[in-house]
Ligand binder design. Structure first.
Ligand SMILES: Cc1cc2nc3c(=O)[nH]c(=O)nc-3n(C[C@H](O)[C@H](O)[C@H](O)COP(=O)(O)OP(=O)(O)OC[C@H]3O[C@@H](n4cnc5c(N)ncnc54)[C@H](O)[C@@H]3O)c2cc1C
Ligand code: FES
Ligand code: FES
Length: 482
């Protein structure tokens, strides 16, 4: 049944919205429609964290708190969730323990960045009352201050550990009951003029909508596509939000492979992937910030078809497959065949990515993944390299190498692979492989790196992979960041 409204809790108040432009961001809604102006706009591009809010979902028998960037999240994504802003943290006339710690440790800085820092710390402490320093740094990596510093904030985070129950814990049963009352099994529609958003609640509804609206734009986390609204001042026309389709949120692990629903946010599946492919997991933890990973999805990272998206080179090296759906038919293709040219894919009209299939590691295999960017966190890659090798008796039995940032698409280094396959795993073979990269790629210069830098780095990363595999005790990386 079609419903022409979305519903969510704004703190403890049930909100029903209809007749509102579905291109409205949560930030615009808060500041323009509710008078809640504590959430700030800094960049409107997901970079600074000034707009950080927290959404709360009931999942796995408990409430899960997620920080996200309100500037690049559209209203349809709120359906069925609780939205908390900095105004909601105070309990009567008492500051929330996270706020109090920020005051006590002089972590409260200007009015632009502080609300965002508070909300990131709040989400961190709700999910993990005793965070390690590394977890605190991870939670704050998407909150930027351009003038003061972070030490006092990190001290405040540490002081707020184990602060005991707050009003959200005391209201937990009521919140769960209120969220349960919001119907999540209907097709939702939000529209104003020619701006229409659909939010299907099943795979069949999504499939039908895609057939009925072949020019509609799919939106998952919105961390790429919403920048068209906030940075390019475009309207998206008809959009189909896929975050409420259970089949696109599935996660399955078998002996042979992982199957990941295309709309599963990064932060939901990274721990499972990291236990099997440690370096892939570490790299995903460097995608944007925690706010971005709480929203952004693997389907969006692939569907955006950017040559500098981080996961496609790794997925190509792992020989991952895409499960594409069109009408009532599915087809499985190699992810390599999805990218055909700059921002062009082999996806047909009305087709979409349902899931991504990632094979598990073979015996004697090594996966090396390197992300090269100017900043460690919250930065886009200049070059991303992924090497997947099987080495037996010092001979390369199988090799798949792929790069991002080196061509108009994420691309395999076929010539380089040819120099290595069946060859002894030696420095001489590696040098031939490094040379062959010049035939594989003609990189370009842009704001992130020059063509020459990219080529030198690509070659050096192959050398680095060789050293790390042959002499694992040699330290080739930066060992301490903070
Ligand atoms: C501040 C910031 C930092 C970032 N840092 C990084 C980074 O470090 N590394 C990186 O790789 N990316 C980064 N990104 C880009 C972005 O976060 C990722 O590409 C993310 O994976 C996109 O997922 P999404 O769900 O938000 O996609 P959306 O924005 O919802 O969609 C992106 C595109 O994919 C299409 N799409 C979505 N789902 C499907 C589907 N199921 N089938 C077919 N098409 C689909 C959409 O139509 C759209 O064209 C960053 C973005 C921001 C704003
Ligand atoms: S305003 Fe900067 S991340 Fe949203
Ligand atoms: S941006 Fe707020 S104190 Fe620096």
């Amino acid at each position: 049944m079609l419903k022409n409204k979305i519903q969510f809790l704004l703190n403890d108040r049930l909100i029903s919205l209809s007749d509102i432009n579905p291109n409205t961001s949560i930030l615009q809604y808060l500041r323009s429609c509710t008078g809640k102006s504590g959430t700030k706009e800094g960049c409107a591009s997901g970079d600074c964290g000034a707009c950080t809010v927290v959404t709360v979902e009931y999942a796995g028998g408990d409430l899960r708190y997620k920080s996200l960037n309100a500037c690049i999240s559209l209203l349809p994504s709120l359906h069925g969730k609780q939205l908390l802003t900095v105004e909601d943290l105070q309990d009567g006339d008492k500051l929330h323990p996270v706020q109090k710690a920020m005051v006590d440790f002089h972590g409260s800085q200007c009015g632009f960045c502080t609300p965002g820092f508070i909300m990131s710390l709040f989400a961190l402490h709700k999910n993990n009352p005793e965070p390690e320093k590394a977890q605190t740094l991870e939670a704050l990596a998407g909150n930027l201050c351009r003038c003061t510093g972070y030490r006092a904030i990190i001290d405040a985070a540490s002081a707020a550990k184990n602060h005991g129950p707050d009003q959200f814990d005391r209201n937990k049963r009521n919140t769960i009951a209120a969220l349960a009352k919001i119907q999540k099994t209907s097709l939702l529609k939000l529209s104003e003029g020619d701006q229409v958003a659909y939010s299907p609640s099943s795979l069949s509804e999504l499939t039908d909508l895609m057939l009925a609206h072949p020019n509609a734009r799919i939106i998952a986390g919105g961390t790429d596509i919403v920048l068209e609204i906030t940075q390019m001042m475009k309207s998206l026309g008809t959009i189909i939000y896929v975050g409420n389709v259970p089949e696109l949120q599935e996660f399955e692990e078998s002996d042979a492979q992982f199957t990941l629903g295309a709309a599963l946010p990064f932060s939901d599946f990274t721990p499972s992937i990291a236990t099997h492919y440690h370096e892939f997991g570490e790299m995903i933890e460097r995608i944007g910030s925690l706010q971005i990973r709480n929203q952004g999805t693997l389907g969006g990272n692939i569907g955006n078809a950017s040559p500098i998206a981080d996961t496609p080179p790794v997925l190509i090296a792992l020989d991952a497959k895409l499960n594409l759906r069109l009408g009532n038919k599915n087809r499985i293709i190699s992810i390599e065949d999805y990218f055909i040219d700059y921002k062009k894919t082999s996806q047909q009209k009305s087709e979409f990515i349902q899931s991504i299939i990632i094979p598990k590691a073979k015996e004697n295999s090594y996966l090396k993944v390197y992300k090269i960017s100017k900043r460690f966190d919250d930065d886009i890659s200049a070059v991303l390299a992924a090497f997947n090798l099987v080495i037996e008796d010092d001979v390369v039995k199988s090799v798949r190498i792929a790069f991002g940032g080196m061509a108009g698409t994420p691309k395999r280094a076929i010539k380089c692979e040819k120099e290595l396959i069946g060859k002894p795993w030696t420095q001489a073979s590696i040098e031939n492989g490094m040379q062959a990269l010049e035939q594989d790629f003609t990189p370009m210069s842009d704001v992130r790196a020059s063509a020459n830098y990219r080529m030198v780095v690509a070659k050096n990363l192959l050398q680095k992979a060789f050293i790390e595999i042959t002499q694992p005790t040699i330290n080739t990386g930066v060992v301490q960041y903070a």
